[in-house]
Ligand binder design. Structure first.
Ligand code: BDR
Ligand code: CA
Length: 318
């Protein structure tokens, strides 16, 4: 049997972050979870990360990361996830504790230990990753690939064109996208329609399993918020979409192209400008702003099959 791929998840749980952690732990070698500000305060996202790891009985270290974006003002907590960042279920205060190492140092240490093997998943604002890149430039050679939930090829969620994780620390995202490390980006254009519907929630609740029952309560809360906020009939599972391709590469289609971060712009700060023109020759077309491909950008997903795979996995927890 092939060795399980190594992954470290940098996150801000978050309902969909919780699912991403539990999914990854079942299929991959999850070497650690690092927390960052984003959906909620760092205190709360860290507590939530510990609670998820505890709920899944995962033997995985959790390291606490950065509390604020690099340069900009914090965007404030994400209403979609409620006051605690993980509202909707009674979750016991975790007994687990974070490790003594800061997330930035932990990311560097894991990348060095698992050189050219480690996949780094960023499913929150990219502050910890940008800090790690600044602190240890050799990270660029050590990381195999960064898988990003962030950005969009079309609409945004926090602004008409910007997605939350990018918008919550635009300079950090810029540093990651310009790092030269191979990127795999799944954005809001795909994740918005890839989520749990009421039937999935009922399936989890009806399973009689404890973890699935807690997740059903969490997702019912999150689905209602998505209904109220965007009129959606699914609770988008944004973050797990960054993990799924390592488990089944047939579920999301990518285009290898250029994805750049808009730092300025009156209405466009935080936008991911993805070149979908399929330019064959810049000279022949005389088109502008063609930059070298730096990312695999998700353009399409088989959402139903993907979500079925995720629910099946969550049902393996007791
Ligand atoms: C992203 O923002 C957060 O609210 C989710 O956890 C996800 O990472 C979607 O825009
Ligand atoms: Ca997230």
């Amino acid at each position: 049997m092939a060795a399980r791929q190594k992954i470290l998840i940098d996150c801000d749980p978050g309902h969909d972050d919780a699912v991403a952690i539990l999914f990854a732990a079942r299929h991959m070698d999850l070497v650690g979870v690092t927390s960052v500000h984003g959906n909620n305060s760092l205190e709360n996202t860290t507590r939530n990360a510990l609670a998820v790891v505890e709920m899944g009985k995962l033997d995985v270290p959790v390291a606490k990361g950065c509390a604020e974006p690099l340069a900009q003002e914090p965007v404030g907590i994400a209403a979609m996830h409620g006051k605690s960042g993980l509202d909707g279920a009674e979750i016991a205060e975790p007994t687990r504790r974070v490790i003594d190492t800061h997330a930035v140092d932990f990311i560097i240490a894991m990348a060095e230990q698992h050189k050219e093997e480690l996949i780094l998943a960023t499913i929150g604002p990219e502050t910890n990753i940008a800090m790690a890149l600044r602190r240890e430039p050799r990270l660029k050679n050590w990381i195999r690939e960064i898988t990003v939930m962030g950005g969009s090829t079309t609409l945004g969620n926090i602004t008409p064109v910007a997605e939350f994780n990018i918008f919550a620390d635009v300079e950090a995202a810029w540093a990651v996208y310009e790092s030269g490390i191979p990127l795999r980006m799944v954005g809001y254009n795909v994740t918005r329609q890839t989520g749990f519907d009421q039937g999935d929630i009922d399936r989890m609740r009806g399973s009689g399993k404890k973890v699935a029952g807690v997740l059903a309560d969490l997702m019912a809360f999150y689905l209602e918020k998505q209904r109220q906020g965007y009129g959606l009939t699914v609770a988008p599972m944004h973050d797990v979409c960054a993990i799924v391709p390592y488990v089944d590469d047939s579920l999301i289609d990518y285009l290898h192209t250029s994805a750049r971060i808009e730092l300025n712009g009156t209405y466009t700060r935080g936008m991911t400008v993805c070149d979908l023109r399929n330019l064959k020759s810049v000279a022949a077309t005389n088109m502008r702003n063609a930059t070298a491909p730096n990312a695999l950008v998700a353009v399409n997903a088989r959402s139903r099959a993907l979500i079925d795979r995720v629910v099946d996995t969550l049902l393996t927890y007791d």
